[in-house]
Design a protein around this ligand. Sequence first.
Ligand SMILES: NC(=O)c1ccc[n+]([C@@H]2O[C@H](COP(=O)([O-])OP(=O)(O)OC[C@H]3O[C@@H](n4cnc5c(N)ncnc54)[C@H](OP(=O)(O)O)[C@@H]3O)[C@@H](O)[C@H]2O)c1
Length: 238
Amino acid sequence: MTSTSPRPCLALVIGAGGGLGAALVQQLSADAEYQVLALGRNSQPALDYADEASLRTAAGWVAEQCAAQHADLRLLVVASGFLHGEQGQPERSWSHLDADYLSHVFRINTIGPALVMKYFLPLLPKQGRCVAGFVSAKVGSIGDNALGGWYGYRASKAALNQLVKTASIELARRNSQAICVALHPGTVDTALSQPFAKNGLKVRPAAEAASDLLAVLTSLTHSQTGALVDYQGQTLPW
Ligand SMILES: NC(=O)c1ccc[n+]([C@@H]2O[C@H](COP(=O)([O-])OP(=O)(O)OC[C@H]3O[C@@H](n4cnc5c(N)ncnc54)[C@H](OP(=O)(O)O)[C@@H]3O)[C@@H](O)[C@H]2O)c1
């Protein structure tokens, strides 16, 4: 991540049990620049957005790792997300809008990452380059919405994008070299996309998407903080 600090660098992936999250952990583990920490519902300690205390505990554990290794948390990637599951399916029409589905999709895509900001952004170093990337989605772009549908997922990611922009401003006050962005990974071959991957759609392996996102995170400049950036490094409209 090209920090000039002589201290070891830690990278943390949240949502490490997902298709994209696991690929990010695998690739970062092969990068000699980082010690990699991985958190999710099945890690030790566990991190579950349904339980705010689990985020507080997990952040305390990360702070302990930094102190024990005399290391700095230089990279945070949040790869959690929800589109479909036992809590419901994305809506094709307003007639499908369902309060329980909306509540869950906002809990996982918006409120959970907001709590990550609360507990983990303060762990980033106050000096030198560091990057926080929150995996969002292009369908959260209001300017890009030409197809409609997927009300809850779109709205939850649009709200995440606003949180990222807001956090980037606060983060820059602590560290003028810190970068905080929302990321669009493209359509990736994971459980999340599987029911919706149509013929003709470009679906990429998770390893390729992870590699692209890590390359983007490495090359971002401070002028891009607060933006929604895709896997090719292009800034997308809000
Ligand atoms: N796949 C695509 O085509 C695509 C396209 C655009 C954007 N995205 C975005 O990419 C990100 C990664 O998605 P994916 O494709 O890898 O999906 P996935 O395989 O279904 O992974 C879902 C992730 O969400 C986490 N998660 C779910 N419920 C959680 C909870 N209660 N608390 C904490 N974490 C929870 C899981 O983490 P643990 O299992 O570790 O707890 C897992 O990392 C998401 O933000 C998604 O919206 C994906």
